[in-house]
Design a protein around this ligand. Structure first.
Ligand SMILES: [Zn+2]
Length: 577
C-alpha cells in the first residue's frame, strides 16, 4: 500500500477526535442529537484548523444510515463513501476557482433536486469569501428559503468578507488556532501510534513551525520522518527547518543580557557554520523576548508555551520592563532591515550587537553572571535564585540586580478600579454573584442568559460604542446550551457586520466564562431589546417629570395667576442626558 500522508491518515472521523475546537464540536453535537438541523453554517478559521474536517463529519452525521446523530457509524455505505470522497450528495466546491455567476447558478440549480439516496444534500463551499458579489446575491436568495433537504456549509479564512446579509442566515462558528500544547500532544500521540521515535525538542520545534495549524504540523512531521530517517531529534529538525533550538536562542539572549560580548561573538561564529535561516532565527528571538515580557507581568500565563519556563523566568528577572521593550523593538526593526544588510548573517549579527549595546553595563556584575551560568546549586545565593523561579511567588518584574535596598520591592500594581458608570449601579446582584462564583471556578454554577436577564446582562458586556449601539436592538429569543439566539430588525441586521458579531460573541463568551456562539435571526423590534427598554425608561421618567410639574401647587398658582400654559415638550427630567 502506498504511503498515506499523516494529515489524511489521521483526519478525525468523528467529533470526539477533533482537537482544540471543543466549543464548536459541542454546539454541533448537541444540535444533531436534538435533531435541530440548521440549513446553513459558516465555519471560519485559519488554514489547517479543521474546517473541512468538521464539514465532512457533519455531513456524515446528517446522512449516516444508522440514524441522524452526532456519532456516525463509519460502517454504512454512506459513511464510507463520504470518507472516500465519492458520496453523490456531498458536494465540495472550491469557491476560489468557481466564483462566477455561472458557476453559482449551475450549482444552485441542483439544489432543488432531492438527494439521490440520503436525507440531506450537503454543499461545502470552501473559501466562500472569494465568491463574486452577484454570486453572493444568488446564494442569499437560496439561503432565504432553502429546500428542507439541503444543508450549506460555508468555510472561510476571512469571514469579514462575507456580506452581513448572508452571515445573518447562517450559524457561525469560529475555529481557533491550536495552542502549542495541543499540537504537541497530538503529534506525540500520532508518532507513538506510528511507532516513530522522537525527543521533546523535536516535537516543540515542529509545533512551533506549524503556527497553530495541525495540518501544517503533520506535513512538517511527514517531511521530518523522511529527513531524519524515522527518528526525530531536536538537532535533525533544526537542520531540516534551518532553525535553531530554544537552547541556542537562550544562549544568545543570555549573552546579550549579561553583556558578554565575547561569548556572543563566539556563539554567532558557531551559528554561521550551520545553514541557518536567519529570518526564522530572529522570529524565534522575538518570540522569546515576548515570552520574557509575559513572564514579567504574569508568569502563570507561560503555562501554554512550549519553551522552558524556568529559563524564561530567570532571564526575565534580569531585565526591567522597559529593557525588554527596547530589545523587542531592536529585533523588530532589525528584521525589517536585515535584507538591506550586505549579507543577512551580518544583519543579524549587528542586531544582536545593538541589543547588547542597549543593555546597561551594570548588569555585568559577578552575582549576575553566576546566576546565569552556574549549573550547580552550591550556596544560598543560588538557592535564592531558584526560589525566584517559582512563578506564583515572584510575579512582579524584578528590576536590576544592584538596586538600592530602600526601593520598595512590590510595585503598587493594583490600579484603581474604574469608577463604575451609572448603568453598572443597576447590576443585578444575582447576576453578579453567579459571575463571581464562576470566575473563582470553585463552583460550577452555570449562568444561562434568558428573557428575564438579557437586558441586565447586556449592560454588563464589555463592548465598544458602535457594537453596543447596534447590539442594543437585539432581543433574546432562546438558547440551547452554547448557542444563543438573538433577533434584530432586518435593517439593523444588515449593518451588523462580522466585526460587530465577533465582538458581541466574544464579550458574551467572556461574560459567561465559556465559549458560546451567537446566532442572529431577523425579527421585529421587540419591546425587550435593551434599546426599547432604555427608551421606555426614558419615557417613564419624562412622564413622571411632567406629572410632577403639573401637580406642583406653586406651579398651579403661577399658572392661575398669569393664565399660563405648560408646554410639555419643554419639560426635561433633571438628570436626563
Ligand atoms: Zn453510517
Amino acid at each position: 500500500m502506498s504511503y498515506q500522508v499523516l494529515a489524511r491518515k489521521w483526519r478525525p472521523t468523528d467529533f470526539s477526535e477533533v482537537v482544540g475546537q471543543e466549543h464548536v464540536v459541542k454546539a454541533l453535537s448537541n444540535a444533531l442529537d436534538q435533531n435541530k438541523i440548521h440549513q446553513a453554517y459558516v465555519l471560519s478559521g485559519t488554514r489547517g484548523v479543521g474546517k473541512t474536517t468538521i464539514a465532512r463529519i457533519l455531513s456524515k452525521s446528517l446522512n449516516c444510515e444508522k440514524g441522524l446523530d452526532s456519532k456516525p457509524c463509519h460502517e454504512c455505505p454512506t459513511c464510507i463513501s463520504i470518507s472516500e470522497g465519492s458520496f453523490m450528495d456531498f458536494q465540495e466546491i472550491d469557491a476560489a476557482s468557481s466564483r462566477g455567476v455561472d458557476d453559482t447558478k449551475q450549482l444552485l440549480e441542483t439544489v432543488m433536486y432531492m438527494p439521490s439516496s440520503s436525507r440531506y444534500k450537503v454543499y461545502l463551499l470552501d473559501e466562500v469569501h472569494m465568491l463574486s458579489p452577484q454570486s453572493f446575491n444568488m446564494l442569499l436568495k437560496t439561503l432565504e428559503e432553502p429546500p428542507e433537504h439541503v444543508s450549506f456549509i460555508l468555510a472561510t479564512t476571512l469571514p469579514e468578507k462575507i456580506p452581513a446579509t448572508v452571515l445573518s442566515r447562517c450559524l457561525q462558528f469560529n475555529l481557533k488556532n491550536l495552542t502549542p500544547t495541543q499540537l504537541n500532544e497530538r503529534i506525540k500521540i500520532i508518532l507513538k501510534e506510528e511507532g516513530i521515535s522522537f525527543d521533546d525538542g523535536s516535537i516543540s520545534q515542529i509545533a512551533r513551525a506549524g503556527r497553530g495549524s495541525l495540518r501544517d504540523c503533520l506535513t512538517i512531521t511527514d517531511q521530518a520522518i523522511a529527513y531524519c530517517n524515522g527518528e526525530l531529534t531536536d538537532a535533525g529538525i533544526s537542520e531540516m527547518l534551518g532553525t535553531l533550538s530554544f537552547d541556542h536562542v537562550n544562549e544568545l539572549l543570555t549573552s546579550v543580557i549579561s553583556n558578554d560580548a565575547k561569548a556572543l561573538l563566539l556563539q554567532l561564529r558557531s551559528i554561521s557554520q550551520l545553514s541557518v535561516d536567519y529570518m526564522r532565527l530572529m522570529d524565534l528571538i522575538l518570540e522569546t523576548i515576548q515570552h520574557l515580557a509575559v513572564a514579567q507581568i504574569s508568569p502563570e500565563s507561560l503555562l501554554d508555551i512550549d519553551v522552558k519556563k524556568e529559563e524564561i523566568i530567570l532571564l526575565s528577572n534580569q531585565l526591567t520592563v522597559d529593557e525588554v521593550q527596547i530589545l523587542y523593538q531592536i529585533g523588530l526593526l532589525a528584521k525589517r532591515d536585515m535584507d538591506l544588510a550586505p549579507d543577512i548573517a551580518s544583519g543579524f549579527e549587528m542586531a544582536l550587537l545593538r541589543m547588547l549595546a542597549f543593555v546597561p553595563k551594570e548588569h555585568n556584575k559577578e552575582g549576575f553572571k553566576k546566576k546565569l551560568s552556574t549549573p550547580i546549586v552550591e550556596d544560598n545565593q543560588q538557592e535564592e535564585n531558584l526560589s525566584n523561579i517559582n512563578p506564583i511567588q515572584d510575579s512582579a518584574p524584578r528590576s536590576k540586580e544592584q538596586e538600592p535596598i530602600e526601593e520598595p520591592i512590590e510595585e503598587p500594581v493594583e490600579e484603581p478600579v474604574e469608577e463604575p458608570v451609572e448603568e453598572a449601579a443597576i447590576i443585578n446582584t444575582e447576576l453578579d454573584s453567579v459571575r463571581t462564583a464562576d470566575e473563582t471556578a470553585a463552583s460550577k454554577v452555570k449562568f444561562l442568559i434568558d428573557d428575564s436577564n438579557w437586558n441586565d446582562t447586556f449592560k454588563l458586556l464589555d463592548l465598544d460604542l458602535g457594537t453596543k449601539q447596534l447590539a442594543s436592538h437585539c432581543s433574546f429569543v432562546r438558547t440551547d446550551d452554547s448557542i444563543i439566539y438573538l433577533s434584530m430588525p432586518e435593517e439593523k441586521l444588515e449593518l451588523f457586520s462580522g466585526k460587530h458579531r465577533q465582538r458581541l460573541q466574544e464579550s458574551i463568551s467572556i461574560f459567561l466564562g465559556h465559549e458560546c456562539n451567537v446566532f442572529f435571526e431577523s425579527g421585529e423590534d421587540s419591546n425587550e431589546s435593551p434599546n426599547t427598554i432604555k427608551a421606555a425608561e426614558k419615557d417613564k421618567i419624562r412622564l413622571e417629570a411632567e406629572n410632577a410639574i403639573k401637580e406642583d401647587p406653586n406651579v398651579k398658582i403661577l399658572l392661575d395667576s398669569l393664565d399660563g400654559k405648560i408646554i410639555d415638550s419643554s419639560i426635561e427630567p433633571r438628570d436626563s442626558k
